[in-house]
Write a protein that binds this ligand. Sequence first.
Ligand code: XXG
Ligand code: FE2
Length: 346
Amino acid sequence: MTTAPPDVLRCAYAELVVTDLVASRAFYVDVLGLVVTHEDAGALYLRAFEEYLHHSLVLRKGSTPALGVLAYRVRSSADLDLAEAYYRALGCRVERRAAGTTRGVGEAVRVLDPLGFPVEFFHEAEHVERFTQRYDLHGAGALSRLDHFNLDTPDVGAARKYYEGLGFRVSEDIRDAEGTVYAAWMFRKPTVHDVALTGGDGPRLHHIAFASHERHQILHLCDHLGALRQPGAIERGPGRHGVSNAFYLYLRDPDGHRVEIYTHDYYTGDPDNPVITWDVHDNQRRDWWGNPVVPSWYTDASLVLDLSGRVQPVVARAEPREAGVTIGADGFSFTGGAEFKLGEQV
Ligand code: XXG
Ligand code: FE2
């Protein structure tokens, strides 16, 4: 492969297919407080308070809940030609999309990537008002921006190589003593990640994550859901991750799509940023306080569409070490009795 990859800036937006826009609006707008840039009978275009591009989340009405597309912003329009050539050389299906094919987004390249995910690259996008200081509009649970995507894929080692080819760097990963990689966190913007690769049946979307500035905004969202008598929307947390050090909360939207609220990770932009490797038996890797992870977090994820809007078949993770032990993803939830080690720097 000699073709240069496009210069990816960051994860920029996701499109989720949802079955009931009224219910989705109640969750994403009334509870999470996302700002509506545009809405019509078929879709909702949402952004968080500090975002000035048209949207970071599109909710499109459809019959089967699924991931429609993951979009990355590239540095310039010239990167679209690079993206097209790069994915054609990889043998992937590639589509060029005229400006406005997605509302608010300029010319774009869409591909079905080697992991089976529908991915878009764009540079131009409509600018809208940035609500950073519109404190009159911020609720107590204000979300500032989209932070990352998390993808289930059967072969994390192969997926990591593919994303490294695209110019992403690893900040943290989870392994065992035999070298099996269970998950990897990879970035272009200087935070812990734009995309996490989680071992599991795939291609499936594990979650999208929005960042808040403060922990109390996450706690407010829990109280808000409690007051609405909807604690079932809270799947895991609040807690502090081991990996990334972020304070977190996982929610399930009305269609079961998982949304993480995330804050307090760290800067990774220097070229010698150390990679942190966690032992899969370290019970603090996923929750720094040692709380066990609920089984649904390991087993459930959203289906993924191809470029024609058909649901993609899911390939099972074939990791023999997991057989008989696993409840999914990294193969272990709370490994009581296992050797206890802190995350080590390599
Ligand atoms: O964003 C994340 C996560 O991928 O959602 C999960 C950071 C850390 C973790 S983990 O549960 O592995 O600590
Ligand atoms: Fe996450």
